[in-house]
Design a protein around this ligand. Structure first.
Ligand code: FES
Length: 103
């Protein structure tokens, strides 16, 4: 697994997201209630950036383009128009730094 540095914990406050430009595709990292979660940034339904979506305290993020709701932990779509999941990635925190592990 490749370990990608995201940012310092202090730079990703609760209820916010950050986009990481890495290969093969950009990743969105979310802080929901102090827990960090990562998924591919591109929505499975269209060309929208999930890091620009609306983050809910219940652990979901709403796509900013057509409002499909996804679980940030599993990447599963919870309502239409999206039907395909978004790939998720493990997140680790070491010495106050956030990393995503890419398969
Ligand atoms: Fe995300 Fe359509 S692009 S729901």
């Amino acid at each position: 697994m490749e370990k990608i540095f995201v940012c310092s914990k202090n730079d990703l406050p609760e209820g916010e997201a950050i986009k990481v430009d890495c290969q093969p595709e950009a990743i969105a990292v979310f802080n929901i209630g102090g827990s960090f979660h990562a998924m591919n940034d591109k929505c499975s339904h269209g060309n929208a950036s999930m890091s620009e979506g609306y983050i809910e305290e219940d652990g979901t993020v709403e796509c900013p383009l057509h409002s499909a709701l996804f679980c940030v932990k599993t990447g599963k779509p919870l309502c239409l128009p999206a039907t395909d999941p978004i790939a998720t990635h493990p997140v680790v925190v070491e010495n106050d730094s956030i990393y995503v592990l890419l398969k």
